[in-house]
Ligand binder design. Structure first.
Ligand SMILES: [Zn+2]
Length: 246
């Protein structure tokens, strides 16, 4: 592939600026067009989080409840054993001690039962909340799907258009000398993705600074490749963008 002349390089840069500008416009649209759908997605995610939280609380209450059930079963077994032993005991003092042990255990069991009730209430509340949230989540998900459906075709078209500009950009960059491509990329990375500036009249189109008239003429004639002194972007002339079909 023969190296393009300086004038050709400037025209390629002008085309590149044009493609980049259009790609940026599409990228902006890709942000704004599905904004409502993205917001709807966020609402779904927030509800999902609340739903997970309610499920977690229900599970924790379930677990605590089962734990107490086991403890209560153990205590009941203990009491049954003690009660049958109390019947067999002859000595009054041992009997009295065992009876007092039994009633202490029964009191402890009442406390456990109270806690058990609290867990059951928490479990029911979490279950009720979960049910409500499931309903809300379902509605929100349906709404989000509806919003995406509305913009689906537009988003697909915009993505395809953006992809098209990416291909055009790549092929333009391949035509430029590698060193210039690298220079362009470096500048673009530092300057919000805009590596080329178009001279309008005698002004830098990007930073709006006035440029030396002689420089503007030389750029327009394709005689020099220069960067703007103030914004460092590579300069092409607006006449070239007309030549590039912008
Ligand atoms: Zn400038």
């Amino acid at each position: 592939m023969s190296q393009p002349t300086l004038a050709e390089q400037l025209v390629l840069l002008a085309e590149l600026a044009n493609v980049d500008q259009k790609a940026r416009a599409i990228a902006d649209k890709l942000e704004t067009v599905p904004a409502a759908a993205k917001k709807a997605d966020e609402a779904v995610q927030a509800l999902q989080k609340q739903l997970d939280d309610a499920e977690g609380k229900k599970d924790a209450a379930d677990k605590a409840k089962k734990q107490i059930e086991n403890e209560l079963a153990d205590e009941r077994a203990k009491i049954r054993k003690w009660e049958s032993r109390a019947n067999e005991l002859r000595g009054e003092r041992e009997h009295a001690a065992l009876v007092s042990e039994i009633s202490a255990t029964k009191r402890a069991m009442h406390r456990l039962e109270d806690t058990q009730l609290e867990h059951m209430e928490a479990q029911e509340a979490a279950q009720k909340l979960g049910g409500e949230l499931k309903g809300k989540h379902g509605k929100a998900a349906a709404l989000a799907a509806e919003e995406w459906l509305k913009v689906d075709a537009d988003v697909k078209a915009l993505k395809a258009e953006h992809e098209g500009y990416a291909v055009a950009r790549k092929s333009l960059l391949e035509k430029l000398p590698a060193a210039l491509t690298k220079r362009y990329e470096t500048i673009a990375a530092k300057r919000a993705g805009v590596g080329v500036s178009i001279i309008k009249g005698e002004m830098c189109g990007s930073c709006k600074r006035m440029l030396p008239p002689q420089l503007c003429i030389q750029v327009r004639k394709g005689q020099v490749l220069e960067a703007c002194n103030s914004c460092q972007r590579l300069l092409v002339h607006e006449d070239m963008t007309k030549a590039a079909g912008a």
